[in-house]
Design a protein around this ligand. Sequence first.
Ligand code: NDP
Length: 449
Amino acid sequence: MTSLHEKLHDIYDEVAQRNPGETEFHQAVYEVLTSLGPVVAKHPEYADNAVIHRLCEPERQIIFRVPWVDDSGAVQINRGFRVEFNSALGPYKGGLRFHPSVYLGIVKFLGFEQIFKNSLTGLPIGGGKGGSDFDPKGRSPQEVMRFCQSFMTELYRHIGEYTDVPAGDIGVGTREIGYLFGQYKRITNRWEAGVFTGKGLTWGGSQVRTEATGYGTVFFVDEILRAAGDSFDGKRVVVSGSGNVAVYAIEKVQALGGIVVACSDSGGYIVDDKGIDLDLVKEIKEVRRGRIDEYADARGNGARFVAKQSVWEVPCDIALPCATQNELTGSDAGALIESGCRIVAEGANMPCTPDAVKYFSEAGVTFAPGKAANAGGVATSALEMQQNASRDSWTFEETEARLAEIMGRIHHTCLSTADEYGQPGNYAAGANIAGFIRVADAMLALGLV
Ligand code: NDP
């Protein structure tokens, strides 16, 4: 582990001690604190006013019971979470995750990351995150709907256009957002579009929101390539996952001339040296809600499925981890470096372990952290909120152009901030410091609240 500035050491120890067992949260806090040494040295007021201390303690944490009845008539009990982390810059903003691995430590890590990511977009959004340990896999549409309705029957009292604005994440797509928004509308008797983002296009959603996280990640990599006088043209790209972020990352890489040769799900990965047939992936994942292993048979051109192995063993120039946290380990990083990979950009949140990030840095591989590289999703959510507030809707082209411009701005901010704090080319340091300064200045201005 990188060592921490002395003023930050005590803060980290206290976080670890007050939040026992929440390992992902500890990891996320440590990662940000490792970047803040030069900031505290230059501006001791941030440490002296307990701003960093306060940033590590959520403003509010809500945990609730979610009872529902499955198709066999049996009662199921899940646990729901919403962590409202920081509202200095705007209403809490961050997605809901439905996955059996969800517990308070995951929600807090995601909420903590969200503060800095949202700050980095330059838009008026605070940080929050939520979800449940509900597993939507294998559940009927009716079960998913009953679960969502029960979840919202508690959550509705905590959210609102000016308070807390959830969106999707793993296991929560447009279908789930529809059920959640429908129940919110029913309970409150308000057609309050701005309470949720990621809505369908006919009921208050924004063009490009579905595509935004994946597209934004690829726009960010395109900025990196262009800064080096290069392009996606002919590059071999590996993408992990085959969900929302992965699918639209693949789509944009292909549009820019790259060749995506592999993608995955939690069962294994597919390799297709001729380039992934994205229509087939969409048909399997979005229409049939099937497994990625169905791809190889359906494609039948030499494409193969490899069960239970890491997708990072496939050689590539550019790696885009778009599945889940800590999915790319130190040994995966070693394999990527060996195969000649030059750029790694996180479409998912914290997919690279600290070891992996360290190896990339030592090997001179350009590493773009999720806070910057996947910020296009939440940025487009903020654009959805703007359209809802003005009862307007923009075209696909206009919205995509705004997304590309925001990603360009974030790229520039990361590089210029890293330069200013003596770490040229270090995107992770640039993202953490720039995200921190904007939110910390707002917290100082708002007093001890
Ligand atoms: P989805 O649920 O749409 O897709 C997740 C994908 O990752 C699925 O293909 C899933 O496979 C796969 N996956 C999950 N766990 C593993 C694993 N252990 N190994 C391999 N594959 C795995 O989620 P999203 O695409 O929305 O989210 C992906 C990541 O991006 C998350 O980290 C999320 O926090 C982050 N993110 C998402 C944003 C968004 O707008 N959606 C915004 C910013 C970040 P399977 O079906 O087998 O579980």
